[in-house]
Design a protein around this ligand. Structure first.
Ligand code: PLP
Length: 428
């Protein structure tokens, strides 16, 4: 490929295509196929936008029918049967059984849009400006979301000071040496602390981009209690950890907390289509009509697939129970792999998991070796020191084990413990 249109025309800002240069033409379930028909097992799932795999046949057929019948595709925030069905289904299958009386807002269709809406609403409701977020947090790339994000390279990209927010330590930031909320508790009670009372704290239950750190459920509970006592809003950014990624529909369910505001995007459409929700307690619905707006808030193809995905996977416990078994299988497989490398540890929760290596370069090498073996695997963390493992939630046990075996081979190769290429085990 002497003349590569990507090299010559597309901006340098692209990222995934640099590590994974193949051109993917087709996809189905846990697999993607290149233009030349080579099959790759996908353990990245569109960064969590494809929790039910690529092109689920039933969802695909719904889209085909909807389009063939001239269904409205773009509707701003006007009423359509597709939107009504989504709202009714979300209420019936997700909100009511969980006793969550959230109002549903459709911000723009991306994760960063729902975070911006959440921050705006928290400030409007409380009349306060300051937002607290956590070390190594990731909340998106627009200015408000960047201001609560940790990564210094991404923050620098703003080009202006990112203000009205500060960082507080995430769970276990000090290796358990310092009691969890000693600083926050103290400065909130001390009128001389100089720390403005925040409107809200925004948190990920598992830090998808920041190194797969998983907050303990007891820590989340303590955070929620502390904020309630001080009348500070709790925003859970469930853009990546939600929609089943950690085992339940919302990642905070196991902690038994009820956040004031919840950000949802990535897999909510069920099909990889752009869609986002901002959920908030009924009393917080103080918006003026049109005060937060956007052209692409009515993606009806996404409403159609989102509603059906909720019915297919969340109308009873079957899917969740099956997933729980696979989560255990994956955890077991990863624990075995860590035995090959001194100091390697398993991170994360559910199918938002990974392995952290003591030598920061190892993870990148493992991901590269995995790619050679036709497995898509990302890295995560401030130094990209963690391999990030997020198979589709619908993956078969067989493919899950296949992927884990490839990761093991990749780890052995990356750490110089195997004889290339006899152990090559491509997923064919
Ligand atoms: C991906 C992500 C976002 C941003 O979503 P975009 O759709 O990329 O704007 C925000 N928060 C979390 C936790 C994410 O993983």
């Amino acid at each position: 490929m002497a003349t590569d249109i990507y090299e010559s025309r597309e901006s340098q800002v692209r990222s995934y295509s640099k590590n994974w240069p193949a051109s993917f033409e087709k996809a189905s379930g846990a697999y993607q196929y290149t233009e030349h028909g080579t099959r790759y097992l996908d353990f990245f799932s569109g960064a969590g936008a494809l929790n039910y795999g690529h092109n689920h046949p039933e969802l695909r057929d719904l889209i085909v029918d909807y389009v063939a019948n001239d269904g409205v595709t773009h509707s701003l925030d006007m009423k359509t049967p597709a939107k009504r069905r989504f709202l009714e289904t979300f209420e019936r299958i997700i909100l009511e059984p969980r006793n969550l009386d959230y109002k549903v807002m459709f911000p723009g269709p991306t994760g960063t849009n729902t975070v911006e809406a959440a921050l705006k609403l928290a400030r409007k409701v409380t009349g306060r400006q300051h937002i607290l977020s956590f070390t190594n947090a990731f909340h998106g790339m627009t200015l408000g979301a960047l201001s609560v994000t940790g990564n210094s390279m991404k923050r620098r990209g703003a080009g202006i000071p990112l203000t009205n927010s500060s960082k507080i330590p995430y769970d276990d930031y000090f290796d358990g040496d310092i009691p969890d909320f000693i600083w926050l508790e103290k400065v909130l009670e001390d009128s001389g602390s100089g720390v403005d009372k925040p409107a809200a704290v925004i948190v990920e239950t598992v830090q998808g981009e920041g190194g797969l750190n998983a907050a303990r459920l007891s820590w989340l509970k303590a955070l929620a209690d502390l904020l309630r006592r001080h009348q500070i809003l709790l925003i859970v950014d469930d853009v990546q950890a939600g929609c089943g990624r950690t085992g339940r529909f919302f990642s905070f369910e196991e902690a038994g907390i009820h956040p004031d505001i919840v950000c949802v995007s990535k897999s909510i459409s069920g099909y990889g289509l752009p869609m986002a929700l901002t959920l908030f307690r009924r009393e917080l619905d103080v918006w003026e009509g049109g005060e937060h707006n956007g052209t692409f808030r009515g993606n009806n193809l996404a409403f159609v697939t989102a509603a059906r995905a909720l019915e297919l996977f969340w109308s009873d416990d079957a899917f969740q129970n099956e997933l729980a078994g696979k989560i255990d299988e994956l955890a077991e497989g990863l624990a075995k792999i860590t035995e090959h490398v001194n100091g390697a540890t398993v991170r994360g929760r559910g199918f938002l998991t990974g392995i952290c290596f003591p030598d920061a370069d190892t993870a990148g090498k493992v991901a590269a070796e995995a790619y050679k073996r036709n497995l898509l695997l990302e890295t995560s963390g401030p130094k990209d020191e963690v391999i990030k493992i997020m198979p589709p939630l619908t993956i078969s046990s067989e493919d899950l084990h296949k992927g884990v075996a490839i990761i093991e081979d990749a780890v052995l190769a990356a750490t110089g413990q195997s004889d290339e290429p006899s152990r090559l085990r491509a997923p064919h």
